[in-house]
Design a protein around this ligand. Structure first.
Ligand code: NAD
Length: 282
């Protein structure tokens, strides 16, 4: 069994981006800039934004965080996004999700300039992704593809199963795998017999948010297993959706949690941001 080490790979990617950012600065005077909207006091959201800020700093990007109270109005967020869209110095815009229930998240995401949509959540970019066109793909599934590529795993012709079908994880994951010519089976909460799907998969990707949803009995011998889930147990430990101990006995490759897909997500945010800076500024 080979551990797919996202922590190590993300460090290498960050080092490469740091080098590219230094060149952009030296040759063109450009500092890639990420502008973030953070609403409310959700501790996990604050932690994620801090990690993103720290990563920007590590590679020499500029990051601006607009922290807003939980009772902020739709209009106020929309005005902030409009000004970010118009600001020539802002390359990437990220709205940390989830937003409070009184906010229309779809309208917010649709307002972001697709050229600055480094999270890849705008329907324009998502549509291009489904059509296999050049786009900003969402960072988590993009990180999974990069991890596979780095370990020489080609999805072409594999039977892939994606468990979880959200707009930010499962659906773009399925689209990226399909674009890479895997045969893709997508499962969700209403899937009748989950095991009958997961058990057939050469490549199993799980992004649900339920600890130990996938046990060894649900996995094909020799499968490649990617665990996107992040769950905090009552004792404070961080675990994925896959029973790592049991499944790692059967898998040929597997991601750990933490240290697998999580760090790749941040590395892909940096990748998308420098790509946006290059494209938009010519
Ligand atoms: P979500 O709640 O929006 O979607 C969950 C999906 O899982 C839904 O499609 C739902 O139908 C499906 N589902 C729920 N219970 C199921 C079950 N018993 N069997 C099969 N499918 C089931 O969540 P999300 O935003 O897509 O996130 C999913 C997980 O990925 C969470 O643990 C989240 O923390 C994690 N995540 C990790 C990263 C990362 O960087 N590693 C990034 C984003 C999300």
């Amino acid at each position: 069994m080979v551990l797919l080490d996202g922590a190590r790979l993300s460090k290498e990617i960050k080092e490469q981006i740091r080098h590219e950012a230094a060149q952009l600065k030296e040759r063109r005077g450009i500092t890639p800039t990420l502008s973030v909207i953070l609403v409310g006091d959700d501790p996990a959201s604050h932690t994620y934004v801090k990690m993103k800020e720290r990563a920007c700093k590590e590679v020499g990007f500029h990051s601006i965080v607009h922290t807003m109270p939980a009772d902020i109005t739709q209009n106020d967020i929309e005005e902030t996004i409009t000004s970010m869209n118009q600001d020539p110095n802002v390359d990437g815009i990220l709205v940390q999700l989830p937003l409070p229930p009184h906010i229309d998240t779809t309208r917010i995401l649709e307002l972001i300039d697709p050229a600055k949509d480094v999270d890849g959540f705008h329907p324009y970019n998502f549509g291009r992704l489904v059509q296999g066109l050049e786009t900003f793909a969402p960072c988590t599934p993009l990180g999974v593809m990069e991890l596979l590529r780095a370990y020489g795993i080609d999805p072409k012709g594999l039977d892939a199963c994606v468990v979880g079908a959200s707009n930010i994880v499962g659906k773009p994951m399925a689209a990226l795998l399909l674009n890479a010519f895997a045969s893709v089976d997508v499962c969700h909460i209403y899937t009748k017999d989950l095991q009958s799907h997961t058990k057939r998969a050469d490549l199993l990707v799980v992004g649900v948010g339920k600890p130990k949803l996938i046990g060894p009995e649900m996995v094909k011998e020799g499968a490649i297993v990617i665990d996107i889930g992040i769950n905090r147990l009552p004792d404070g430990r961080l675990v994925g959706d896959v029973d790592f101990e049991g499944v790692s006995q059967k898998a040929s490759y597997i991601t750990p949690v933490p240290g697998g897909v999580g760090p790749m997500t941040i590395a892909m945010l940096l990748t998308n941001t420098i790509k946006a800076a290059r494209k938009r500024r010519g």
